[in-house]
Design a protein around this ligand. Structure first.
Ligand code: MN
Length: 242
């Protein structure tokens, strides 16, 4: 899709998977503030692509920051990632615990002050109870209210991707949160350029029909932000190129 753009006067900062790295998020926020300073803009929009929790050490801190005020002068869109879905499912149904624990959920529980030894992972009902008492209602409201996708101009923002060839209103939440191969390998035009996280690449994965910006921040220290303005694209990153 040549010439894809966002509306005149808009600048969009789309941020990839954070996974508990409050340190990197804070650094990136500072970079964004400096980047936007003095620019003549009608709208400065932050789009967070989901996966705020799990794996990294400060999931509770990330949710606390995102669920409070946004950067001054910006509006913010927070999308749901599959890891927020994991966490909410566990809080609703302890039988889903083992899948979440194996995918970084243990780090999230610790970040909420729920400490345990590994034997206790076999008693998910007790851990669910302890976590429920530790997660502030403001965090829960934030998590439960996250939308799955948003469109701005010629771009669609979503955590994982979309099922190629299917209209947006027919997409399943499971695909929007989880899809990989069928989306990543597709060369179909989707009507919009899809900006997504979920699947880690060393560098932003820029294709004609999609842009992946999950650079594995929790392990690499490299949190990536795509900056869109008019028909231009550029990137901000924390950490060093590697
Ligand atoms: Mn992720």
């Amino acid at each position: 899709m040549a010439g894809a753009s966002v509306p005149p006067g808009f600048r969009v900062y789309a941020i990839g998977d954070i996974h508990g790295r409050l340190d990197l998020l804070s650094r990136l926020h500072q970079m964004i503030l400096e980047d936007a300073q003095g620019a003549a803009l009608d709208a400065r929009i932050l789009v967070y692509l989901g996966d705020y929790v799990d794996r990294g050490p400060e999931s509770a801190g990330v949710i606390d920051l995102l669920s409070q005020q946004t950067l001054p002068g910006f509006s913010a869109i927070h999308l749901m990632g599959n890891h927020e879905d994991f966490m909410l499912r566990f809080l609703d149904d302890d039988s889903s615990g083992s899948g979440w624990f194996a995918n970084g959920g243990v780090a999230t529980m610790r970040s909420y002050g729920v400490d345990f030894d590994y034997g206790e992972l076999l008693e998910p009902d007790r851990l669910q109870d302890r976590l429920s008492r530790r997660v502030p209602s403001r965090h829960l409201e934030f998590l439960r209210g996250l939308p799955l996708s948003r469109v701005i101009g010629d771009y669609l923002f979503v955590h994982a991707g979309i099922r190629p060839g299917l209209a947006m209103e027919l997409q399943s939440p499971a695909d929007l949160l989880w899809i990989r191969g069928d989306f990543l390998n597709s060369v179909l035009e989707h009507g919009k350029i899809v900006v997504h996280g979920h699947t880690i690449t060393d560098h932003p994965d820029v294709r004609p029909n999609r842009i992946g910006i999950d650079t594995g921040a929790f392990a690499t220290g490299r949190l990536t932000c795509l900056v869109l303005e008019s028909d231009s694209r550029r990137f901000l990153h924390t950490g060093t190129a590697g």
